[in-house]
Design a protein around this ligand. Structure first.
Ligand code: CP
Length: 314
Protein backbone atom coordinates (compact mmCIF):
# COMPACT_ATOMS: atom_id res chain seq x y z
CA UNK A 1 0.00 0.00 0.00
CA UNK A 2 1.52 3.36 -1.04
CA UNK A 3 -0.87 5.79 0.64
CA UNK A 4 -4.09 5.40 2.62
CA UNK A 5 -6.16 8.51 2.01
CA UNK A 6 -9.36 6.97 0.60
CA UNK A 7 -11.40 3.81 1.13
CA UNK A 8 -10.63 3.10 -2.55
CA UNK A 9 -6.96 2.55 -1.58
CA UNK A 10 -8.00 -0.80 -0.07
CA UNK A 11 -7.51 -3.64 -2.53
CA UNK A 12 -8.55 -6.58 -0.33
CA UNK A 13 -10.86 -5.50 2.48
CA UNK A 14 -11.52 -8.98 3.90
CA UNK A 15 -7.81 -9.65 4.21
CA UNK A 16 -7.20 -6.23 5.80
CA UNK A 17 -10.00 -6.67 8.37
CA UNK A 18 -8.83 -10.20 9.20
CA UNK A 19 -5.25 -8.98 9.64
CA UNK A 20 -6.46 -6.20 11.95
CA UNK A 21 -8.35 -8.75 14.06
CA UNK A 22 -5.18 -10.87 14.26
CA UNK A 23 -3.12 -7.81 15.29
CA UNK A 24 -5.68 -7.08 18.01
CA UNK A 25 -4.91 -10.49 19.54
CA UNK A 26 -1.16 -9.90 19.38
CA UNK A 27 -0.52 -6.14 19.02
CA UNK A 28 3.29 -6.39 19.22
CA UNK A 29 3.61 -9.21 16.65
CA UNK A 30 5.06 -6.82 14.03
CA UNK A 31 7.17 -4.74 16.40
CA UNK A 32 10.29 -5.13 14.26
CA UNK A 33 8.55 -3.69 11.18
CA UNK A 34 8.71 -0.07 12.33
CA UNK A 35 12.12 -0.16 14.01
CA UNK A 36 14.02 3.07 13.25
CA UNK A 37 11.03 4.41 11.28
CA UNK A 38 9.26 7.65 12.17
CA UNK A 39 5.61 8.61 11.80
CA UNK A 40 5.04 12.38 11.70
CA UNK A 41 1.43 13.35 12.40
CA UNK A 42 0.26 16.84 11.36
CA UNK A 43 -3.03 18.05 12.82
CA UNK A 44 -4.77 21.05 11.28
CA UNK A 45 -7.80 20.22 13.51
CA UNK A 46 -8.49 18.81 17.00
CA UNK A 47 -8.62 15.11 17.81
CA UNK A 48 -8.87 12.68 20.70
CA UNK A 49 -9.26 9.19 19.17
CA UNK A 50 -7.36 9.62 15.92
CA UNK A 51 -4.31 11.12 17.56
CA UNK A 52 -4.03 8.62 20.41
CA UNK A 53 -5.03 5.48 18.51
CA UNK A 54 -2.71 6.18 15.57
CA UNK A 55 0.17 6.93 17.94
CA UNK A 56 -0.55 3.71 19.84
CA UNK A 57 -0.70 1.77 16.56
CA UNK A 58 2.69 3.15 15.51
CA UNK A 59 4.21 2.32 18.90
CA UNK A 60 2.89 -1.26 18.57
CA UNK A 61 4.83 -1.45 15.30
CA UNK A 62 8.00 -0.14 16.95
CA UNK A 63 7.86 3.28 15.23
CA UNK A 64 8.84 6.65 16.64
CA UNK A 65 6.06 9.23 16.54
CA UNK A 66 6.30 13.01 16.21
CA UNK A 67 3.03 14.92 16.47
CA UNK A 68 2.51 18.56 15.57
CA UNK A 69 -0.62 20.70 15.88
CA UNK A 70 0.36 22.44 12.69
CA UNK A 71 -2.46 25.01 12.65
CA UNK A 72 -1.48 26.42 16.06
CA UNK A 73 2.28 25.70 16.12
CA UNK A 74 3.39 25.79 12.48
CA UNK A 75 3.63 28.46 9.80
CA UNK A 76 0.40 29.14 7.92
CA UNK A 77 0.65 27.14 4.70
CA UNK A 78 -0.20 28.17 1.15
CA UNK A 79 -1.78 25.50 -1.07
CA UNK A 80 -2.35 27.40 -4.35
CA UNK A 81 0.28 26.84 -7.03
CA UNK A 82 1.70 30.06 -8.42
CA UNK A 83 0.24 32.27 -5.73
CA UNK A 84 1.89 35.58 -4.78
CA UNK A 85 2.41 34.97 -1.09
CA UNK A 86 1.88 38.48 0.26
CA UNK A 87 -0.92 37.59 2.71
CA UNK A 88 -0.93 35.43 5.86
CA UNK A 89 0.66 32.22 4.52
CA UNK A 90 4.39 32.14 5.30
CA UNK A 91 5.30 28.81 3.70
CA UNK A 92 4.13 26.87 0.66
CA UNK A 93 3.09 23.25 1.07
CA UNK A 94 5.55 22.50 -1.74
CA UNK A 95 8.48 23.09 0.62
CA UNK A 96 6.67 22.04 3.81
CA UNK A 97 5.75 18.57 2.53
CA UNK A 98 9.27 17.99 1.21
CA UNK A 99 10.80 19.23 4.46
CA UNK A 100 8.60 17.00 6.67
CA UNK A 101 9.56 14.10 4.38
CA UNK A 102 13.17 14.57 5.56
CA UNK A 103 12.08 13.69 9.10
CA UNK A 104 9.41 11.07 8.41
CA UNK A 105 8.99 7.62 6.89
CA UNK A 106 5.21 8.15 6.86
CA UNK A 107 3.31 11.45 7.11
CA UNK A 108 -0.20 11.44 8.55
CA UNK A 109 -2.42 14.48 8.01
CA UNK A 110 -5.72 15.66 9.48
CA UNK A 111 -7.34 18.52 7.54
CA UNK A 112 -11.11 18.92 7.81
CA UNK A 113 -13.45 20.44 5.24
CA UNK A 114 -13.77 24.22 5.42
CA UNK A 115 -17.49 23.89 4.48
CA UNK A 116 -17.40 27.18 2.56
CA UNK A 117 -17.06 25.96 -1.01
CA UNK A 118 -18.06 22.47 -2.16
CA UNK A 119 -15.60 22.38 -5.04
CA UNK A 120 -12.65 23.48 -2.89
CA UNK A 121 -13.36 20.79 -0.28
CA UNK A 122 -14.12 18.01 -2.76
CA UNK A 123 -10.90 18.77 -4.66
CA UNK A 124 -9.08 17.66 -1.48
CA UNK A 125 -6.40 20.32 -1.90
CA UNK A 126 -4.57 19.67 1.37
CA UNK A 127 -4.24 15.88 1.28
CA UNK A 128 -3.55 15.90 -2.48
CA UNK A 129 -0.80 18.51 -2.01
CA UNK A 130 0.89 16.31 0.58
CA UNK A 131 0.60 13.30 -1.76
CA UNK A 132 2.05 15.39 -4.60
CA UNK A 133 4.97 17.03 -2.80
CA UNK A 134 5.95 14.57 -0.04
CA UNK A 135 8.48 11.87 -0.87
CA UNK A 136 7.05 9.41 1.68
CA UNK A 137 3.63 7.70 2.01
CA UNK A 138 0.66 9.74 3.21
CA UNK A 139 -1.97 8.55 5.69
CA UNK A 140 -5.25 10.44 6.08
CA UNK A 141 -6.35 11.14 9.63
CA UNK A 142 -9.57 12.64 8.14
CA UNK A 143 -9.56 14.86 5.11
CA UNK A 144 -12.16 17.24 3.71
CA UNK A 145 -14.33 14.49 2.26
CA UNK A 146 -13.30 11.21 3.90
CA UNK A 147 -12.27 9.49 7.12
CA UNK A 148 -10.95 6.16 5.83
CA UNK A 149 -9.31 5.03 9.09
CA UNK A 150 -12.61 5.52 10.92
CA UNK A 151 -14.42 3.56 8.20
CA UNK A 152 -11.92 0.71 8.50
CA UNK A 153 -12.42 0.61 12.28
CA UNK A 154 -16.17 0.53 11.61
CA UNK A 155 -15.75 -2.39 9.20
CA UNK A 156 -13.72 -4.29 11.82
CA UNK A 157 -16.40 -3.57 14.45
CA UNK A 158 -19.20 -4.80 12.19
CA UNK A 159 -17.23 -7.96 11.38
CA UNK A 160 -16.73 -8.62 15.11
CA UNK A 161 -20.43 -8.15 15.91
CA UNK A 162 -21.94 -9.95 12.89
CA UNK A 163 -25.11 -11.86 13.75
CA UNK A 164 -26.18 -12.69 10.19
CA UNK A 165 -24.23 -13.34 6.98
CA UNK A 166 -25.66 -10.24 5.26
CA UNK A 167 -26.62 -7.70 7.95
CA UNK A 168 -28.86 -4.71 7.39
CA UNK A 169 -26.75 -1.62 8.14
CA UNK A 170 -28.50 1.73 8.51
CA UNK A 171 -26.62 5.02 8.34
CA UNK A 172 -28.88 7.63 9.89
CA UNK A 173 -28.42 11.38 9.88
CA UNK A 174 -29.00 12.85 13.34
CA UNK A 175 -29.36 16.45 14.50
CA UNK A 176 -26.42 18.58 15.64
CA UNK A 177 -26.17 22.29 16.46
CA UNK A 178 -23.06 22.88 14.30
CA UNK A 179 -22.27 22.32 10.65
CA UNK A 180 -20.17 19.16 10.36
CA UNK A 181 -18.34 17.71 7.34
CA UNK A 182 -19.68 14.77 5.32
CA UNK A 183 -16.35 12.93 5.67
CA UNK A 184 -17.35 10.19 8.13
CA UNK A 185 -20.63 9.48 6.35
CA UNK A 186 -18.93 9.43 2.93
CA UNK A 187 -16.27 6.93 3.97
CA UNK A 188 -18.76 4.77 5.88
CA UNK A 189 -20.97 4.52 2.77
CA UNK A 190 -17.94 3.67 0.60
CA UNK A 191 -16.81 1.04 3.09
CA UNK A 192 -20.26 -0.58 3.32
CA UNK A 193 -20.41 -0.70 -0.48
CA UNK A 194 -17.29 -2.89 -0.30
CA UNK A 195 -18.88 -5.24 2.26
CA UNK A 196 -21.60 -7.86 1.94
CA UNK A 197 -24.28 -5.81 3.73
CA UNK A 198 -27.70 -4.35 2.96
CA UNK A 199 -26.99 -0.62 3.31
CA UNK A 200 -29.78 1.90 3.88
CA UNK A 201 -29.03 5.62 4.23
CA UNK A 202 -31.69 7.70 5.97
CA UNK A 203 -31.83 11.46 6.37
CA UNK A 204 -34.23 14.38 5.99
CA UNK A 205 -34.70 15.73 2.47
CA UNK A 206 -31.91 18.19 1.64
CA UNK A 207 -29.21 16.11 3.35
CA UNK A 208 -28.43 13.92 0.32
CA UNK A 209 -24.76 13.00 0.22
CA UNK A 210 -22.79 13.40 -2.99
CA UNK A 211 -24.26 11.22 -5.77
CA UNK A 212 -20.66 10.16 -6.52
CA UNK A 213 -20.58 8.57 -3.05
CA UNK A 214 -24.14 7.20 -2.77
CA UNK A 215 -24.21 5.62 -6.26
CA UNK A 216 -26.88 2.86 -6.21
CA UNK A 217 -27.17 2.63 -2.41
CA UNK A 218 -30.75 2.81 -1.03
CA UNK A 219 -31.87 6.13 0.46
CA UNK A 220 -34.96 6.05 2.69
CA UNK A 221 -36.37 9.37 3.92
CA UNK A 222 -38.54 7.69 6.60
CA UNK A 223 -36.20 6.93 9.50
CA UNK A 224 -38.70 4.60 11.23
CA UNK A 225 -39.00 2.53 8.06
CA UNK A 226 -35.22 2.47 7.62
CA UNK A 227 -34.74 1.14 11.16
CA UNK A 228 -37.06 -1.87 10.64
CA UNK A 229 -35.09 -5.10 11.12
CA UNK A 230 -31.74 -3.28 11.12
CA UNK A 231 -28.76 -5.18 12.53
CA UNK A 232 -26.56 -2.08 12.87
CA UNK A 233 -27.60 1.55 13.28
CA UNK A 234 -24.82 4.09 12.64
CA UNK A 235 -25.74 7.63 13.65
CA UNK A 236 -23.89 10.64 12.31
CA UNK A 237 -24.64 14.23 11.61
CA UNK A 238 -23.47 15.91 8.45
CA UNK A 239 -24.18 19.29 6.92
CA UNK A 240 -25.88 19.57 3.53
CA UNK A 241 -23.93 18.65 0.41
CA UNK A 242 -26.17 20.40 -2.13
CA UNK A 243 -26.76 23.59 -0.06
CA UNK A 244 -23.13 23.17 0.81
CA UNK A 245 -22.20 23.28 4.50
CA UNK A 246 -25.63 24.48 5.62
CA UNK A 247 -27.53 23.25 8.70
CA UNK A 248 -31.02 22.83 7.24
CA UNK A 249 -32.59 21.10 10.22
CA UNK A 250 -31.97 20.37 13.88
CA UNK A 251 -35.14 18.29 14.13
CA UNK A 252 -34.93 16.25 17.35
CA UNK A 253 -37.36 13.74 15.81
CA UNK A 254 -34.21 12.36 14.15
CA UNK A 255 -32.42 11.80 17.48
CA UNK A 256 -31.75 8.07 17.94
CA UNK A 257 -33.88 6.92 20.89
CA UNK A 258 -34.39 3.63 22.70
CA UNK A 259 -37.95 3.56 21.32
CA UNK A 260 -36.61 3.77 17.76
CA UNK A 261 -34.02 1.07 18.41
CA UNK A 262 -36.90 -1.25 19.38
CA UNK A 263 -37.95 -1.35 15.71
CA UNK A 264 -34.62 -2.97 14.83
CA UNK A 265 -33.40 -6.54 14.97
CA UNK A 266 -31.68 -5.85 18.34
CA UNK A 267 -29.31 -3.65 16.37
CA UNK A 268 -25.90 -2.59 17.57
CA UNK A 269 -25.62 1.18 17.90
CA UNK A 270 -22.58 2.80 16.27
CA UNK A 271 -21.11 6.31 16.24
CA UNK A 272 -17.57 7.47 15.46
CA UNK A 273 -17.47 9.85 18.49
CA UNK A 274 -17.30 12.54 19.72
CA UNK A 275 -21.08 12.55 20.17
CA UNK A 276 -23.53 15.11 21.57
CA UNK A 277 -25.58 13.19 24.13
CA UNK A 278 -29.36 13.62 23.94
CA UNK A 279 -29.04 15.55 20.68
CA UNK A 280 -27.62 12.92 18.32
CA UNK A 281 -28.53 9.97 20.52
CA UNK A 282 -30.28 9.43 23.85
CA UNK A 283 -28.31 8.42 26.94
CA UNK A 284 -30.42 5.26 27.10
CA UNK A 285 -29.00 4.11 23.75
CA UNK A 286 -25.41 5.22 24.25
CA UNK A 287 -25.26 3.61 27.71
CA UNK A 288 -26.99 0.39 26.63
CA UNK A 289 -25.40 -3.03 26.16
CA UNK A 290 -26.05 -2.77 22.41
CA UNK A 291 -23.90 0.35 22.01
CA UNK A 292 -20.55 -0.57 20.42
CA UNK A 293 -19.08 2.94 20.23
CA UNK A 294 -16.20 2.12 22.59
CA UNK A 295 -15.39 -0.99 20.52
CA UNK A 296 -15.23 1.28 17.46
CA UNK A 297 -12.84 3.63 19.27
CA UNK A 298 -10.69 0.67 20.34
CA UNK A 299 -10.64 -0.64 16.78
CA UNK A 300 -9.21 2.67 15.60
CA UNK A 301 -5.86 1.40 16.92
CA UNK A 302 -5.98 -1.82 14.89
CA UNK A 303 -7.28 -0.08 11.77
CA UNK A 304 -4.33 2.33 11.93
CA UNK A 305 -1.93 -0.48 12.80
CA UNK A 306 -2.90 -2.73 9.91
CA UNK A 307 -2.73 0.19 7.46
CA UNK A 308 0.67 1.35 8.77
CA UNK A 309 1.92 -2.23 8.59
CA UNK A 310 0.88 -2.46 4.92
CA UNK A 311 2.51 0.90 4.17
CA UNK A 312 5.69 -0.37 5.83
CA UNK A 313 5.59 -3.43 3.60
CA UNK A 314 3.99 -6.21 5.70
N1 CP B 1 -13.71 9.65 15.46
C1 CP B 1 -12.67 10.52 15.44
O1 CP B 1 -12.02 10.74 14.42
O2 CP B 1 -12.41 11.09 16.66
P1 CP B 1 -11.41 12.31 16.89
O3 CP B 1 -11.94 13.48 16.11
O4 CP B 1 -11.43 12.55 18.39
O5 CP B 1 -10.06 11.91 16.40
Amino acid sequence: MKNYTRVADITNLNELVQSAIELKKEPYALQALGKNKTLVMLFFNPSLRTRLSTEKAALHLGMHVITMNISSDGWILEFEDGSIMENTAAEHVKEAAQVVSQYADVIAVRAFAQLKNQQDDYEEKVIKAFIKYASVPILSLESATGHPLQALADAITIKEHLSSPKPKVVLTWAPHPKALPQAVANSFVEMMQKMDVELVITHPKGYELSPDIVKESRVEYDQDKAFEQADFVYAKNWSAFESYGKVLSVDRNWTVTAAKMEKTNSAKFMHCLPVRRNVVVEDAVLDSDYSVVIDQANNRTYAAQVVLSKILGA
